[in-house]
Design a binder for this molecule. Structure first.
Ligand SMILES: [Zn+2]
Ligand SMILES: [Zn+2]
Length: 326
């Protein structure tokens, strides 16, 4: 099969022929119909997240069609989604506490196992999700990590209907989170660089929009940060009311600067990281996204253009989320 293969950090992905994966028990072989490109792919590519094995096929927002390994729940030809959480041990203390996102021995799609920048992908059957029929392959792919993690971030922040919520950064994840927040009648305050992101936030119903250095004009109940920047986390923290929560939707931060506890964290304000997702986050979000009609307008690249797709995420030059169609 054709695949875009990462051989070493910061070396261009090689578009090459590799053996098609062989079916294993409890797995499905999928023909990849679309694969979203996530900022985490870029962190792996650039070595911010250490490369565990190489060569590696990146990609963890896979829309695929069941080719082999079909079950009664996932018959041949079914269209399914695959996300970052590609498996858990089901036995560690975290799995037993229904916190499988924190599993001690997890499998991550496109990181600890090969992902979807390829014509075929081998995935664990019980970590695939049925997809809403209303969404085509290109539109549904960005829901599978950007959307689900954005949704989990809103949950981790403890977001309640009608609250004032800040979104710091406005890429693929935030542009879906705002649609959920508007559905919950929340007022949304967006701080972001880039005029195109500010225009998009306005179209999607933000109450207030500022540049990355502007402070929202009111105290926020919740704030979600999307940029891989500790300074942004502090801006978000400085915008909270007493008892408010910042949820960090980023797998990697440049650094966490020292900050003034008395001014920024005192008053029972909280900072929380958002780690991975559970299968329940995925199924709940996919249902909600179908109900609301979330349909991100993605920019499409071919598998041969996988390097250009990664650069588009890096430089934020894409018009919306980036999706590879093999
Ligand atoms: Zn576990
Ligand atoms: Zn991701």
């Amino acid at each position: 099969m054709k695949a875009a293969v990462l051989h070493a950090n910061n070396q261009p992905l090689q578009i090459e022929e590799v053996p098609r994966p062989t079916l294993k028990p409890n797995h499905l072989l999928l023909r990849v119909l679309a694969c979203g490109v996530c900022r985490t792919d870029l962190h792996i590519y650039e070595g911010d997240i250490p490369l565990i094995h190489q060569p590696l096929i990146l990609g963890h927002q896979i829309v695929g069609e069941v080719i082999e390994g079909a079950t009664t729940e996932r018959p041949a030809g079914t269209r399914v989604g695959v996300s970052w959480i590609g498996g858990t041990d089901g036995a560690c203390p975290f799995c037993l506490r229904n916190e499988e996102n924190l599993c001690d021995d997890p499998t991550f799609t496109g990181y600890t196992v090969n992902g979807g920048y390829a014509e075929y992908a081998l995935v664990r059957s019980d970590f695939t999700f049925p997809l809403p029929v209303t969404l085509d392959n290109t539109h549904v792919a960005p829901l599978l990590c950007a959307g689900i993690i954005g949704f989990r971030s809103l949950r981790v922040a403890g977001t309640q209907p009608g609250e004032r919520v800040g979104l710091f950064g406005f890429g693929a994840s935030a542009s879906q989170a705002i649609e959920v927040l508007r559905h919950w009648n929340c007022d949304v305050f967006v701080s972001t660089r880039g005029q195109s992101h500010r225009d998009q936030a306005a179209q999607l119903g933000a109450t207030w929009i500022g540049t990355e250095d502007d402070k929202p004009p009111v105290e926020l109940d919740r704030a979600i940060t999307f940029a891989p920047s500790g300074a942004v986390v502090l801006s978000a923290l400085g915008s909270l009311r007493k008892g408010g929560v910042v949820a960090i939707n980023a797998i990697h931060l440049d650094q966490m600067p020292a900050f003034d506890y008395d001014k920024l964290l005192w008053g029972e304000r909280q900072i929380r990281s958002v780690a991975n997702m559970t299968r329940k986050d995925a199924t709940d979000y996919l249902e909600l996204a179908a109900e609301i009609g979330i349909k991100p307008q993605a920019q499409v690249f071919s598998l041969d253009q996988a390097n250009e797709a990664l650069q588009a995420v890096k430089n934020e030059t894409a018009n919306g989320p980036v999706v590879i169609l093999p």
